[in-house]
Design a protein around this ligand. Sequence first.
Ligand SMILES: [Zn+2]
Length: 388
Amino acid sequence: MNKRLPICKQILGDLISYDVLGGQSNLTILDYIIGFLIERRIEYYLVPNDDCTKASLFCRIGPAADGGVILSGHTDVVPVAGQDWKTDPFILTEKDNKLYGRGSCDMKGFIACCLASADLFSKAGLKKPVYFAFSYDEEVGCLAGPALARAIKSHYPEKPSMAIIGEPSVMKVVTGHKGICVLKTTISGSAGHSSRIRQEVSAVHVAAGVIRWMEDKMEQLIADGRTDSRFMPPHTTIHAGMIQGGIAPNVIADKCTLYWDIRVIPRDNVREIIAEFQHWCSNYTAELQKKFNGASISTVEDHPPVVPLGTDDDAAVVRLVCKLTGESETETVAYAAEAGQFAEAGFQTVICGPGDIAQAHRADEFVDINQLDKCLAMMDKLCGYLSS
Ligand SMILES: [Zn+2]
């Protein structure tokens, strides 16, 4: 077992005691991290939101030199409401070589490994620096990642070249995740007796047309060979998950709302798909308005789209993290994360962190102690790499 494991567990216990959910202020857990860094005289910087109720934090340990490595994680967790926990989710509980608590796996375990290695990095005489980058509101749409990545890039004259995002990957090296955009489409038509369906505009019928477009577009992308075999399924998906509209079988619906998402592979551009959709909608609306002038189809994004990650297998960061972890194969994951946002900012990026995503977001979330041990071993090797 790594000799920093006890301190790592202690820090993880502290981190888990802050019940900062996605969407909420993260200043309490941030204060804890700031206190930890101040004690060690590590200079840190904040990237606050508009009303300063939340902030991301970044810092650098080691020399002002190019080619450093960013270690990044999010400080927020998902809610526990309605989940049947056997232990207090905000008190770290050890049992059978597992550490239970909300965020133990996703992803305070990784942050604990980073902080527990701060002294190691400080005293190692690094030739290239390591950066810590901790965000907020990841669980509600990766909202803070882009500004954090850009801030690190613009703040230091010397540029880090790589980033490791410590989302739970069982310490496997993950080179890809899909992007995601969540949308809400509202359709307005004209109400009336169902017998007048040929004279009125049924918002429910229009919604059926809109869903048809989604399916056709997805099939067209596949038929055009726009696939990426690293992902499962290997193509972009477009899916309507919720539909609300209508008041009775014999009343033409004047309103219908669709909630849907687009999950893109790295080679597809979600902006282009949305633009094509909007173009189709405006043509369709013009047709509908011949029947009813007030007909409309309007679409808004739930939050800015999260960009996908698609790092080449032969990228230097992949070779490095494979060496640090002893892995020879790379993987992709089904969830979206901030990794694509760091890559977009210009850092070669992979995901690699302790714990299994299967244990995240559910009751009795845990991280295996062996996983923390593996992650600390990766930090040891990273320290060696940055010192050489
Ligand atoms: Zn996460």
